[in-house]
Unconditional design. Structure first.
Length: 394
């Protein structure tokens, strides 16, 4: 098997190893047509957001405190986090592959007829790898971002964490109603013959891709996929599988999903523009968050399949432009050494629920139109985020 890889990295962009394009020429070895395997990992795997930020002068000064335990169309959708309590057959819709672009918070997503079998098989492989490495299991989730991106790559013929609409994984996750924190692995197989003609053949492909991401990932991707698959804070994985005779695209969207969250952000025309409210109930015990990182991306721009396939293949969490800190009992808070610091209006977190509110208006004033992603972190990096919610500002 020929393995070709692309690195993935966190902020600051530019870190990581070089990348090579997949070899699409068929070769016969031991009577088989061997394809190209190309892997991409989540943005947080190699360099935690804050540890990288510290090297760049982003840090939290003393003085911060910890509390105890409908978005308008201009800034994004509203909704609650998807839970894995539903059955696979009721969560998916089998239909012919069509243009899966995201429009108004939905997409025309096609699950293959054997999706439930394949997703269960993929989950089994993932949890076997986690168990073998001392990590607890994840549950199968059904956020549509996983299948939507697999469909998009197969339909348009490209391979990238970005898509033809210019969206990054956490943007797609938000647009398709994700309210936890999202971390993406993607991989694909190519065969020059008509290879993927049965469920068992696709299962074999998934097994090979998963094994390579865990046990043959250092040269390709600095063990980025492995780190993502084995991260103990991940508790859900949504699976995307799209294939035809020649191609198999495999997407793993790992989630830190600990809160049944209601999220809203007012529009630019509101009396209190870009005021964010995050409320909900705790669904699984998690450490209390200590801060919010705000990542900024420019307004997404459409890209052609050839542009996407030529790279860059990595994606980052956006530029760290500061963050939000919980207020002290006097109403003040600590400061980020660089970027914008906003004190939260409300910051309550307990075993029962969460109630956090703050304004993005100062960030929008300082940095302008684009995408502002809200990372509510429980530790010192985006590895510990329990949200990665993107707000789209025109």
């Amino acid at each position: 098997m020929k393995i070709s890889g692309a690195s993935a990295h966190a902020y600051p962009e530019g870190a990581g190893t070089g990348e090579r394009q997949p070899d699409r020429r068929g070769r016969r070895v031991a009577g088989l047509i061997l394809g190209a395997l190309l892997l991409m990992a989540a943005f947080v795997v190699a360099a935690p957001y804050l540890s990288s930020a510290l090297r760049q002068g982003y840090s939290l000064l003393s003085g911060q405190t910890e509390s105890g335990p409908g978005v308008s169309s201009t800034v994004g959708p509203t909704g609650t986090a998807t839970t894995p309590s539903v059955s696979c057959s009721s969560a998916v819709s089998v239909k012919s592959l069509a243009a899966p672009d995201i429009r108004s918070g939905s997409a025309d997503i096609a699950y293959p007829a054997d999706y439930c079998t394949l997703a269960a098989y993929a989950l089994q492989q993932i949890n076997a790898d986690r168990a073998a490495n001392g990590t607890g299991p994840v549950s199968l989730g059904y956020n549509q971002a996983a299948q939507q991106h697999a469909d998009s790559m197969l339909y348009y013929g490209y391979f990238s964490h970005y898509d033809t609409q210019g969206y990054k994984p956490y943007m797609r996750y938000t647009l398709l109603d994700g309210r936890g924190a999202d971390f993406e692995n993607i991989a694909y197989f190519y065969y020059s013959d008509n290879h993927f003609t049965s469920t068992s053949a696709v299962e074999d492909g998934i097994k090979t891709l998963e094994h390579s991401m865990v046990y043959n990932d250092s040269a390709c991707c600095n063990n980025g996929h492995r780190y993502n698959i084995l991260n103990p804070l991940h508790n859900i994985v949504s699976i995307g599988v799209a294939y035809n005779g020649n191609y198999l695209y495999f997407d793993e969207e790992f989630e830190n999903d600990y809160v049944s969250l209601n999220f809203s952000a007012t529009s630019a025309m509101a009396s209190n523009p870009y005021f964010v409210t995050m409320t909900g109930t705790i669904t699984q015990r998690v450490s209390a968050p200590n801060s919010i990182f705000i990542g900024f991306d420019g307004t997404p721009a459409a890209e052609t399949p050839s542009q996407l396939s030529s790279g860059p293949h990595e994606y980052g969490p956006g530029t760290l432009v500061g963050g939000v800190l919980p207020p002290s009992f006097l109403g003040s808070c600590g400061q980020f050494t660089t970027g914008t610091t906003v004190c939260a209006d409300t910051w309550k977190f307990s075993s029962a629920g969460v109630d956090i509110s703050f304004s993005l208006a100062q960030f929008v004033k300082n940095y302008g139109p684009g995408v502002y992603t809200i990372y509510l972190v429980t530790g010192s990096s985006t590895d510990t985020a329990i949200t990665s919610i993107s707000v789209f500002v025109p």
